[in-house]
Design a protein. Structure first.
Lengths: 213, 257
């Protein structure tokens, strides 16, 4: 066991945890997005999708517990890295210019992460831990996005998620040691594309729901 | 072609700190008639001459070879480790990169693992500690072996040489938003891991060098890629990916601890 503790307390091991859990979340987002696209097909399709999902019963619970475990690992490790990295530069620079590597997305990773965490809690309260006895999930979702404030909150957070994914995706491969001139340039581009797909895919939904009011 | 002025006047906003334990501050020093063909280090020499004549404490800075190969010099100039020119150490940075009337901010490399000794001099012995943890091979010395006794593919030799270009200046740490030493460690691990002579101790080396790096108080790599852009020898983060592979391989598939 001590070897496991040694790996995951090391800097490389902690990054490995972030990479693996992060990639799992991108997989989850892809599945979540695929399901949500049924909203474009109307209320009946969306409700049918939700029903099908809930009919999975215990499998769904296991899946949700898995996601919770991944979230705990990602968040706790992320906070540890954030604190350690903050402490590692005890005195900030008077003048600090980019040498050409860092991006808005890489620099804001911890902050976008915290916002996403807060959003997930908000999102679960809105649509998961909500009384569904007298209304279908589509009615709940539709009622929520009549409010333009909801629409804007969701839209802004989706831009933030896109930023987080844009750095996280290629970063995960680099951390796993998957970097070769043969495909790294393509992976970097793919990272932007994945960020865009997730940002646009989820971001257009609240706008659509708001317009159909 | 634009004709360069022969000399320029500058204001240096330079970090002054008597010793590690004392608080430091920025001091503005006006300099006149700086020849544009001077290196940054020669400019500091000339400023120090002026300060000495005025009876003031000269600016302390590290330097040695002054030809960009020893890794001793280094400061953050105008927000960039080793200054604004790519792939250049501070001693190879020339004053023609600056314009007349500029104010140049000069700060030491900042990291918890690099304590300020005085002014721009920082203690980089943590990099030596990492090297002592495994940045070598334990070969018995004896007669020189035959040059081509162990065949090494040319492209592998090239990669090892690219990694070995690291001069250990610490600019990667200074430039990293997380003050991580991963580019340095990855260069040292890579240059040996790529070659057959380095393989016998590769697992132990990766584990011990990373462990020492972590205990020295460096940050964790966040893939900002500032290091490879600031590195005067242009080491690539491909070496960091190799270090990650070596570390994970050593952790999960080797007997080394």
């Amino acid at each position: 066991m001590s070897w496991l503790i040694q790996i995951f307390s090391s800097s490389v091991g902690k990054k490995l945890l972030m990479a693996v859990t992060g990639l799992c979340f991108i997989g989850f987002l892809a599945a979540h997005l695929a399901g949500n696209l049924s909203l474009y097909a109307g209320g009946a399709a969306f409700n049918a999708y939700a029903e099908k999902l809930h009919s999975l019963g215990p499998i769904l619970v296991v899946f949700e517990l898995g996601l919770l475990a991944l979230a705990l690992i990602h968040v706790i490790t992320g906070i540890t890295l954030f604190v350690q990295n903050y402490k590692a530069r005890s005195v900030p620079y008077e003048k600090d210019k980019a040498a050409g590597g860092r991006t808005l997305s890489s620099l804001t990773m911890p902050y976008t992460g915290f916002i996403i965490l807060g959003f997930i809690v908000f999102h679960l309260i809105n649509f998961s831990f909500v009384d569904k006895s007298d209304r279908t999930i589509f009615e709940i979702v539709r009622a929520a996005f009549v409010n333009p404030i909801y629409m804007i909150i969701y839209l802004v957070v989706m831009i933030i998620v896109a930023l987080h994914v844009r750095h996280g995706f290629w970063s995960a491969f680099q951390t796993l040691g998957v970097n070769h001139p043969k495909y790294m340039p393509a992976l970097m581009v793919l990272s932007v594309i994945v960020g865009l797909i997730i940002g646009l895919g989820f971001g257009l939904l609240p706008i659509y729901l708001w317009t159909i009011g | 072609m634009k004709k360069l002025p022969k000399t320029i006047n500058l204001t240096l906003k330079v970090w002054r700190q008597q010793q590690s334990e004392k608080k430091g501050h920025f001091e503005n020093i006006a300099t006149q008639n700086i020849a544009v063909h001077m290196s940054f280090i020669e400019m500091l020499d000339s400023v120090n001459e002026q300060l000495t004549l005025e009876g003031k404490d000269p600016i302390a800075f590290d330097n040695d070879c002054r030809e960009g190969i020893c890794g001793t010099c280094g400061a953050v100039v105008d927000g960039r480790a080793h200054g604004p020119q790519k792939a250049t150490t501070l001693c190879q940075l020339h004053m023609r990169q600056f314009s007349d009337g500029d104010t140049i901010v000069v700060e030491p490399f900042r990291a918890r693992a690099f304590k300020v000794v005085k002014d721009l001099v920082v203690d980089r012995s943590s990099l030596d500690k990492i090297m002592a943890a495994g940045g070598y091979i334990s070969a018995n010395t004896g007669g020189a072996p035959d040059g081509n006794a162990i065949p090494i593919a040319q492209e592998i030799a090239e990669k090892a040489m690219d990694a070995a270009a690291c001069i250990g200046c610490g600019a990667c740490v200074a430039a990293c938003p997380s003050a991580s030493a991963m580019l340095f460690v990855s260069g040292k691990v890579s240059q040996l891991a790529l070659l057959p002579q380095g393989r016998p101790e590769a697992a132990r080396r990766a584990l011990n060098m990373v462990k020492t790096m972590d205990t020295c108080g460096f940050g964790n790599c966040s893939n900002h890629r500032e290091c490879e852009n600031a590195c005067p020898k242009e080491l690539s983060i491909i070496n960091i990916a190799r270090l990650n592979r070596e570390y994970l391989k050593a952790s999960f598939f080797s007997d080394a601890t």
